[in-house]
Ligand binder design. Structure first.
Ligand SMILES: O=C(NO)[C@H](O)[C@H](O)[C@H](O)CO
Ligand SMILES: [Mg+2]
Length: 370
């Protein structure tokens, strides 16, 4: 299956309600920045990374795809996913400028497109290619009702709505002030009752004293996990917090390599592991993180950088995966949207990795790649 073309693309897709915010980011669109890989036998694979739709930095990624990674792929056999992953990740010049960052976001799009091709060539959904269904259902939790930009009453109303729609888990954002966030956490727990899992996500904003003060009070509300409480690379801080609170610590959406996860595993600084194929240079590295998490008996909850289009396949096929994030912004851009029915992700049926855009999205949402 010889690679004959590698074309970058950028789609900018509106978020729910025109703008959302967490403790660190305020965005109006999600960036689907990817690669379309053509082969001599007519199959086309699609892969993408996830961004905050900042066009100049999206174009850094597409330039990396077009000028750095594409020349390493043309003429190669698309089935050689492992060999090509190493060829790109260990290319001396590219390794020198970026073992983490633009080059890994660019490689994420390439690697996912190669897995899409592999599954399409086999005529099966990716979860089948990864070894088949290891669980009957994949439970969803809804993040799209928990933004920090929502007023208290809208937050509580959205939590109630998600539960009424069948979600058995939700996640709300924290990272404003301890007092405000505790008030919102209590109001949401009161509204949804004790049977719905309620996670919180700080997106790395607070320092350790603030987290310690918040967790002391927050433990009363049965918090399912505290996601990214501290700065993304702060292993020591997360290890101290993990020992000081009964609230499980979740992290991983900002980590670029399985080595970065290893540091948190070794220090007991994480309980819920959140790899993201769109940041980890693709599915190939995310699988290594899932294997490592499983070896440490830690559950995996992949981050929705792909809005779960690819992670729904991973979650059906890998024994370490336990629950999956639901953010619906981009699902209708794809020929098989990652859908949630009665609180669980539907099992994908189409051949491929769930990354094939619809003609309408391809035509209406495309942005210039250079
Ligand atoms: O942290 C997250 N999920 O767990 C979300 O990806 C971020 O909140 C969004 O990208 C908006 O910045
Ligand atoms: Mg998060």
């Amino acid at each position: 299956m010889k690679i004959t073309s590698v074309q970058p693309f950028i789609l900018h897709v509106p978020v729910t309600g025109s703008q959302i915010a967490d403790s660190t980011h305020t965005i109006t669109h999600w960036g689907v920045v990817g690669a379309q890989i053509g082969t001599e036998d007519g199959l086309t694979g699609y892969g993408f990374t996830g961004t905050h739709a900042h066009l100049p930095s999206d174009q850094l990624i597409t330039r990396c795809i077009a000028t750095c990674h594409a020349p390493l792929l043309l003429g190669e056999d698309a089935r050689d996913v492992n060999r090509l992953w190493l060829k790109l990740a260990r290319n001396p010049a590219l390794q020198w400028v970026g073992r983490a960052g633009i080059t890994t976001l660019s490689q994420a799009a390439i690697d996912i497109a190669l897995w899409d091709l592999k599954a399409k060539a086999a005529g099966v959904p990716l979860w089948k290619l990864l070894g088949g269904q290891v669980r009957e259902k994949v439970r969803a939790y809804n993040t799209d009702i928990g933004w920090l930009s929502l007023a208290d009453d809208r937050l509580v109303e959205g939590a109630r709505r998600a539960v009424a729609e069948g979600f058995t888990g939700i996640k709300i954002k924290v990272g404003s002030t301890v007092e405000r966030d505790l008030r919102r956490l209590e109001a949401v727990r009161r509204a949804i009752g004790s049977d719905v899992t309620l996670a919180i996500d700080g997106n790395g904003k607070w320092d350790l004293p603030t987290c310690l003060r918040f967790c002391r009070a927050a433990e009363a509300f049965d918090v399912y996990w505290f996601e990214e409480p501290l700065w993304y690379d702060d292993v020591q801080g997360h290890a101290e917090l993990a020992r000081a609170t009964r609230i499980p610590i979740a992290l991983g959406e900002q980590l670029y390599t399985h080595d970065a996860f290893a540091g948190f595993f070794q220090r007991g600084a994480v309980h819920w592991v959140q790899p993201d194929v769109t940041r980890l240079a693709g599915l190939s590295e995310a699988l290594r993180v899932c294997e490592a998490a499983h070896a440490h008996r830690l559950p995996v909850a992949p981050h929705a950088g792909d809005m779960s289009q690819v992670h729904v396949h991973l979650s059906y096929a890998h024994p370490a995966c336990a629950v999956l994030e639901y953010i619906p912004w981009i699902k209708d851009c794809f020929t098989e949207p990652a859908e949630v029915v009665e609180g669980h992700f539907r099992l994908p049926q189409q051949p491929g990795a769930g990354t094939t855009p619809t003609a309408a999205a391809w035509a209406s949402l495309r942005q210039p790649v250079a």
